[in-house]
Write a protein that binds this ligand. Sequence first.
Ligand SMILES: Cc1ncc(C[n+]2csc(CCOP(=O)(O)OP(=O)(O)O)c2C)c(N)n1
Ligand SMILES: [Mg+2]
Length: 279
Amino acid sequence: MANATGMEIERLKETAKAIRRLIITITTEAGSGHPPSSLSAVEVVTALYFGGFLRHHKENPRDPLRDRFILSKGHAVPVLYSALCQAGYYSVDEIRTLRKLGSPFEGHPNMKRLETMEASTGSLGQGLSLGVGHALGCRLDGIDAHTYVMLGDGEMGEGQVWEAVASAEKYRLSNLTAIVDQNGFQQTGSTKDVLDLKPFAPKFEAFGWHTQVIDGNSMESVVSALETVKSVTDRPTAIISQTKKGFGILPILEAAGDLNYHGKPLSHELAQQALSLLS
Ligand SMILES: Cc1ncc(C[n+]2csc(CCOP(=O)(O)OP(=O)(O)O)c2C)c(N)n1
Ligand SMILES: [Mg+2]
């Protein structure tokens, strides 16, 4: 979506809202899951799938020529199921089976159950290494495809992430983009309190990556950052996406006195309130 018009941005914002509604609906119905972790990532996932950045085909999800999106913070998979539903891959009824016994819509992405899942993630720290593999593999096969990996800010404390950061630069993987969903929280509290890694941008830059810091809940900023990524042809790219965990339903989390609200679905009553906020 080079030079996205105001109308296109508005369309993406409406799509983001619909995806947020689906996230609330399916996690409340499941009675478990991670709605706030999913909600912070909505603008990025929406722009990738609906803004023309991620080449994907409903008819052939494993097309070798596809671009890849790896959700390394796999617990946020309701955002991905909801985006794929919105894109017509799955019906609402299908994704409503989230976390139910026998459903392929598991609590974390399972690539053996769903061919739209690029990687089986959930054990944090591994997705960027998988992304390096995809990016290298595509290059070796002469495939002009881009791999995007989304990581959590808590996840950045995993040592394996930094091995992947170093190796991506060694191979000058300009077909790889890491997106850090910096929502300020992880499982047990604020990311700064649990393990304060200080600003991410200088670290990526020190490893030789092209790096942008953006407001990740602003569709305009996300679209513009993804456009910039396309112009970088000599090294891997990082987007530090500063977001709010639970973006879209913050008044509800505030009223509940828990801005992290990690790993908890909304009650049916709170979900109704959330859906009217998102209408
Ligand atoms: C290796 C590993 N350790 C611990 C966990 C448990 N866990 C699930 S979510 C989470 C917090 C992740 O925080 P962050 O990466 O910031 O993602 P957010 O939920 O904030 O989007 C943790 C520690 C895990 N899934 N994998
Ligand atoms: Mg986080």
